[in-house]
Design a protein around this ligand. Structure first.
Ligand code: ATP
Ligand code: ZN
Length: 298
């Protein structure tokens, strides 16, 4: 492999795959996924993508096989604690928080079981695939419980009599519901993150890391952003500016032939909802137009 090409690890097949690839495409990366299903070659950037199990991503960066990785904070923090327990410092740096892969690591008890705070956990058996994060949670609360480490299908452990409750990833809660479990406490709020090696990279690679970071920032900023245009009476300017969600300094343009009305153009860094448009109209605005923003560079 070319030493001057960046190597980025992403999940091969799972919940993070599609949003990770989408982010990279939006950053302008074109990849060709040849016969080799494990790796894709960046055609327009010196960056190659490795497709692996999400659990292996921190290790690949830790061991300098990859320079970068896109992974869930849950997997990353579990790995960090596991390394620490063996006396190894983590050799990955979290460089960006990403706006996908949102979920939480939570404790859930069987429906009908009572829960009155962490003390309830004393002496219980808790099934999880995140033993290190759970151990830290219990230790910080001075609770001793038995951690039953499983490699999957945690949600059925209580029914099988293998545990009294579970500690597992939740997003909508529908899996818990289907298994008659009730979420009671959050152990970790999670989302995807971009990690990099702490090693100094050759200047060319380093430059591409910086460019990628800048593009990721741009992509994440525009995702929620809207460009809004409207006409308004000059007298209502103050009120209208207050109504524009998350906009800094709008552009105000005189309207030919209507001295008391102006056109306002603004970038709103939050989504613009119907309610906002209705309030703007009430304040005297007309000819309202909301457009998606494609790219932004501060
Ligand atoms: P692999 O085969 O790669 O080990 P997996 O079964 O461990 O896959 P997935 O279920 O695809 O992994 O989840 C990958 C990551 O997505 C999780 O580690 C977490 O960061 C995030 N995640 C988990 N559950 C959800 C969810 N319900 N919604 C969004 N993201 C989630
Ligand atoms: Zn996994």
């Amino acid at each position: 492999m070319d030493e001057l090409r960046l190597k980025l690890a992403i999940q091969k097949s799972g919940r993070l795959t599609e949003p990770s690839l989408d982010l990279l495409m939006r950053c302008g990366l074109k990849i060709s996924r040849g016969k080799d299903q494990l790796m894709a070659y960046g055609e327009n950037m010196p960056l190659d993508v490795l497709f692996v199990r999400d659990d292996d991503i921190p290790d690949l960066v830790q061991e300098d096989v990859c320079d970068l990785g896109l992974v869930g904070l849950n997997v990353l923090e579990e790995k960090r604690l596991e390394l620490a327990s063996r006396g190894h410092p983590a050799r990955f740096q979290q460089v960006r928080t990403l706006d996908f892969g949102r979920c939480r690591l939570s404790l859930a008890v069987p429906e009908g079981a009572s829960f009155e705070g962490p003390r309830t956990l004393q002496g219980k058996r808790i099934a999880t695939t995140y033993p290190y994060l759970l151990e830290k949670y219990l230790r910080e609360r001075d609770v001793s419980a038995e951690i039953v480490t499983l490699s999957g299908a945690v949600e059925i452990a209580p029914r099988l009599g293998r545990a009294d409750l579970i500690c597992d990833l939740v997003s909508t809660g529908s899996t818990l519901q289907a298994n008659h479990l009730r979420e009671v406490e959050t152990v970790l709020e999670s989302h995807a993150v971009l990690i990099r090696t702490p090693l100094d990279l050759p200047p060319l690679k380093d430059e591409w890391v910086e460019r990628l970071l800048m593009r990721i920032d741009g992509v994440q900023q525009v995702r929620e952003s809207k460009y809004i245009m409207l006409h308004a009476p000059r007298s209502a300017l103050t009120e209208i500016r207050k109504l524009l969600p998350g906009s800094e300094s709008p552009t105000i343009i005189p309207l030919e032939g209507s001295p008391d009305r102006v056109a306002i153009h603004a970038v709103c860094r939050e989504n613009v909802f119907w309610e906002t448009l209705e309030s703007l109209k009430k304040a005297g605005a007309s000819a309202l137009l909301v457009l998606p923003v494609e790219k932004m560079l501060a």
